[in-house]
Design a protein around this ligand. Structure first.
Ligand SMILES: Cc1cc2nc3c(=O)[nH]c(=O)nc-3n(C[C@H](O)[C@H](O)[C@H](O)COP(=O)(O)OP(=O)(O)OC[C@H]3O[C@@H](n4cnc5c(N)ncnc54)[C@H](O)[C@@H]3O)c2cc1C
Length: 381
């Protein structure tokens, strides 16, 4: 068992870290303040192979592993967790099309997605169905060789800018088996978007409702068989959860790194803050917790790469543990900056705001506990 990265993985991580420090970090505060979604910068990331990380190469993907992706997203998030997290959602959608799409769908959609000429959004949540996603009500009614979509999706990242929407909609009866996954083009008549939500963090990417009013989608745009949509959506989220966890890790690592510099520079009571043993112990714990989180995240990613039967459980454990640990570390980093941590200029409060939502989305951390408990206790304890 090798707990280290290969030379190639270290090189990919270094490339992502360089991109983060040169192209993301210098602009992150301004994008947050202006609520600017930097599409051109996303395309630069795509040019490095970060838009289809684990998509097959012949449609423009990078053909890498989930472990590689965890390394990349951690590195990207050191520059801006919000941008890294949007790229992770885009990757989830691209992978769903690569893994479950037929040859025609893969050739039609993936070259533009892997270059980010077109951006993608994942549409599962609805106003009345968040954690209980299999209760979704957006309907896709068959009409010849089309489906007609009616309903509404809530909290959709990238909505309004994305050109492709992977939409989970009800084609059959109640419950998860009545759900299908459809690829909906952004210019489809009847598709519209709500206003960009005002939110605590993740300001550099838009979050909008997506409204379907009689949207006609060719049956040829359905991923997998009718009724497979929920399974496909959940498969996407296994990897999505690893990536979101990696984004939390990168944000928290950046917060810790800033703190190490600050504690050496800032003096109080006649010495550098770093000389106080109480604070040394705090950073020792923060560094340890991030290392534990990283080691476990990599292990969970390896189980998904190996298609291990317990991969879903480990991905849920990683999402729960890493996003909680990273949020705590980022919040403690803010505390160690005193009043300056609360000022936007120092970049700490943005990291805390951005990481907070990782405990909520792609399945809340309570839902991760539901998944883990079901796995360890059995479905009917
Ligand atoms: C900024 C942002 C971006 C998002 N982007 C996307 C996106 O791109 N695509 C998408 O589809 N969705 C997206 N989401 C939606 C997100 O996944 C949901 O908000 C999340 O799944 C929770 O659903 P909910 O908000 O309806 O909360 P609810 O399901 O109403 O949950 C409320 C509370 O009850 C708890 N709870 C619910 N059920 C249980 C239970 N069985 N046991 C214990 N506790 C429970 C929850 O953990 C939570 O604390 C986004 C959300 C945000 C905030």
């Amino acid at each position: 068992m090798d707990f280290g990265l290969s030379e190639e993985q270290a090189a990919i991580g270094a490339m992502a870290a360089r991109f983060a420090s040169e192209q993301l970090a210098p602009h992150a505060l301004e994008w947050d303040e202006r609520k600017h979604f930097p599409v051109e910068t996303l395309r630069q990331a795509a040019a490095l192979g970060f838009a289809g990380i684990y998509v097959r190469e012949e449609v423009g993907g990078s053909g890498l592993t989930r472990l590689d992706a965890a390394v990349i997203f951690e590195a990207l998030a050191t520059g801006c967790p919000t941008i890294a997290a949007y790229i992770s959602i885009h990757n989830m959608c691209a992978w769903m099309i690569d893994a479950f799409g037929d040859e025609g769908q893969r050739q039609r959609f993936l070259p533009d997605l892997t270059s980010m000429a077109t951006l993608a959004s994942y549409c599962l949540t609805e106003p009345g169905a968040g954690s209980d996603a299999s209760a979704l009500r957006t309907r896709a009614t068959r009409d010849g060789d089309h489906y007609v979509l009616d309903g509404q999706k809530q909290f959709i990242s990238g909505a309004g800018v994305s050109g492709v929407y992977v939409v989970m909609a009800r084609t059959g009866g109640e419950g998860p088996r009545g759900i299908s996954a459809l690829i909906v083009p952004g210019d489809a008549p009847g598709l519209s978007f709500g206003a960009n939500e005002r939110k605590m963090g993740w300001n550099a990417q838009p979050t909008r409702t997506v409204v379907f009013e009689g949207v006609r989608v060719p049956v040829a745009n359905r991923l997998g068989a009718e009724g497979d949509g929920f399974r496909i959506a959940m498969a996407g989220l296994d990897g999505g959860r690893l990536n979101i966890a990696a984004c939390s890790l990168g944000g928290a690592q950046a917060a810790l790194d800033k703190t190490l510099v600050y504690l050496r520079d800032r003096h109080a009571f006649g010495q550098a803050l770093a000389a106080f043993q109480a604070l040394q112990f705090r950073v020792a714990d923060m560094a340890t917790e991030l290392e534990v989180a990283r080691t476990f995240l990599w292990r969970a990613a390896s189980t998904l790469d190996a298609k291990s039967p317990d991969a879903t459980k480990l991905c849920a454990m990683a999402k729960r543990f890493v996003t909680d640990a990273a949020f705590e570390v980022a919040n403690r980093a803010l505390q160690l900056h005193g009043g300056y941590g609360y000022l936007a200029e120092y970049g700490l409060e943005k990291i805390v705001r951005d990481l907070r939502v990782h405990q909520i989305l792609e399945g809340t951390n309570e839902i991760m506990q539901v998944i883990i408990a079901r796995s360890v206790l059995g479905a009917r304890p």
